[in-house]
Design a protein around this ligand. Sequence first.
Ligand code: PEP
Ligand code: MN
Length: 263
Amino acid sequence: MEVGGPGFVVMAGPCAVEGAEQLELAARAVSQAGAHLLRGGVFKPRTSPYAFQGMGEPGLKLLVDAGRRHGLPIISEVMETEQLPLMAQHADILQVGARNMQNFGLLRALGRLRKPVLLKRGLSATVQEWLNAAEYILAGGNEQVLLCERGIRTFETSMRNTLDLAAVAWAKERTHLPVIVDPSHATGLPSLITPMSLAAAACGADGLLIEVHPRPEQALCDGQQAMSPGDFATLMQRLPGVLAAVDRHLYTPAGPAQIAGAR
Ligand code: PEP
Ligand code: MN
């Protein structure tokens, strides 16, 4: 699968894997709507140590199985170097969370792998710090790095974070790396996910990472920002129009032009 080519890639699923039923409903919904990858955290970096920390290894097994059932590769966060052997064996993309963007030991260890890494921008990181973090992975010889803009902390408090779309265009202009936008953590508000996703597509992003939950009000993590399956399906129908305006299209697997070697 090529990320960063003409095909726009959508990764979607719950913030956290919570159980077999929740994940199955989420996976079915996002695959039916046309998502390309299934997301789900099993190791969760929570602000409070008393909040749900993720299901760990049993959750990873559920994620792998759900991905297989629905034909979707999976993306999941790795928080610590000790989790790498397990995560690298099972996840198709390893996510580095915003809070770990400058965990240089973890970045170096990821640089020794030959697996795609999605590197989220830190909560208050400059673009230059973000690119230097990516450089730690690249310097180890792992060339499969995806940048992810997920909003930064500013004086603005109406939204969870401030989505920096100019940084997306900037990174596209000055690096060769694909750039993904996470409008869920960037805004914290489900009603803003659709407009910001369309804006991301328009400004040159290579894909999206979106939190979708079958029952947002019951979510154990980030429920207040979770998109409903219905709204996600509507977004997927609206993306092609915006993408066409900037000479892009939704990724389609197995087209001859889409098959690429390791990127
Ligand atoms: C997440 O993707 O669920 C997550 C924890 O994101 P971030 O690291 O951007 O806060
Ligand atoms: Mn989340």
